[in-house]
Design a protein around this ligand. Structure first.
Ligand code: SF4
Length: 235
């Protein structure tokens, strides 16, 4: 995990119970102020044994903000440069602001950097229909779709048949005020992926799972395990 900056603004329904706000709230920190983190240069840090981030690692980037937030436009230029220098790492970022990507790509991006995966987050059908056509039209080497927190049924089929999506992951919402996630919505995504030959991962159940009409409260410590136990991933 590498968080070059911190802080964000809510942009859509999926942001309502954002964990950045939740965690900052417990420390009295203002989440709406976007600021650089002290480990901004982490990929370039070295110790006596060499790079601190070891070659071959997958680096989950910017999980306490949105990688494409406007306040970070200046800083992101240095991040692209670090991604170029550390081609031995694989960087993964998720965004709810995919419409900003084209304008902030580096000049040598071409068809995408081989060592960068972009995840587009869609929590319901409206956001999928708004974001995925843009996502699919952009030059990106590795694409994921993240349906988490899943807030309604989504028909992803129109977006999966072009061979451009490597994986879809889905999960419910956690924390205080979590909204329910219906297992039937998860299965619909799963079946669409199976049909299209796209990998699917059921990441976690969320705190309120509806299954066959019955509502279950799942403690946080069991949410990942219970999703795994459903055995519905498409590999
Ligand atoms: S975009 Fe992501 S980090 Fe930003 S407020 Fe929404 S959920 Fe939180």
């Amino acid at each position: 995990m590498w968080n070059p900056w911190h802080g964000c603004h809510r942009v859509s329904e999926g942001c309502r119970n954002c964990y950045v706000y939740r965690i900052d709230g417990t420390h009295g920190r203002e989440s709406g102020e976007v600021s650089l983190n002290s480990d901004f240069l982490l990929p370039l840090r070295e110790s006596r044994e060499g790079w601190k981030m070891k070659s071959g690692e997958r680096v989950y980037t910017c999980f306490s903000s949105d990688f494409l937030i406007a306040e970070a436009d200046e800083w992101r230029r240095d991040v692209w440069q670090m991604m170029r220098v550390r081609q031995d790492l694989h960087f993964v970022f998720f965004t709810k602001r995919i419409e900003r990507l084209k304008a902030v790509l580096p000049p040598d991006w071409g068809e995408g950097y081989e060592n960068v995966t972009v995840g587009c987050t869609c929590e319901n059908q409206a956001r999928a229909d708004e974001r995925l056509p843009i996502f699919l039209s952009l030059p990106i080497m590795h694409r994921l779709i993240i349906c988490e927190p899943l807030l309604g049924r989504i028909d992803l089929r129109p977006y999966l048949d072009r061979g451009k999506i490597e994986e879809v992951s889905a999960g419910g919402e956690s924390g205080e005020g979590a909204r329910e996630c219906d297992f039937a919505w998860v299965m619909e995504l799963r079946d669409a992926c199976a049909e299209a030959g796209v990998r699917f991962s059921y990441h976690q159940t969320g705190a309120l799972l509806r299954r066959d009409g019955k509502l279950y409260r799942i403690p946080r410590c069991q949410q990942k395990e219970q999703a795994k136990r459903a055995r519905i991933d498409v590999l």
